[in-house]
Ligand binder design. Structure first.
Ligand SMILES: [Zn+2]
Length: 85
């Protein structure tokens, strides 16, 4: 079987936040500080930067309970993996 090397395993190998991790947001928008589920931002802007080879790793945050959509393009520095996850 061919080894599948996708973005998820890449994230794991470099020890960053994995898609679906519970994180605490402490970035530039105080109203949004709190717990979120982090998934990779797959908007056109971020996907395009990725395809261009730019080291852009941004997250899209969703509400873990109501699955409401939160902020997009969140930088890794703005979130910390939650101890509760
Ligand atoms: Zn984005």
């Amino acid at each position: 079987m061919k080894r599948h090397f996708d973005r998820d395993s890449l994230l794991r190998s470099i020890g960053l936040i994995e898609p679906g991790d519970l994180v605490t947001y402490h970035g530039s928008i105080p109203e949004l500080h709190g717990l979120w589920l982090a998934i990779p931002c797959l908007c056109r802007l971020c996907t395009h930067a990725d395809e261009m080879g730019l080291p852009v790793l941004r997250y899209h945050l969703i509400d873990p309970w109501e699955e409401l959509s939160g902020p997009h393009h969140v930088r890794p520095e703005s979130i910390t993996r939650s101890a509760a996850s």
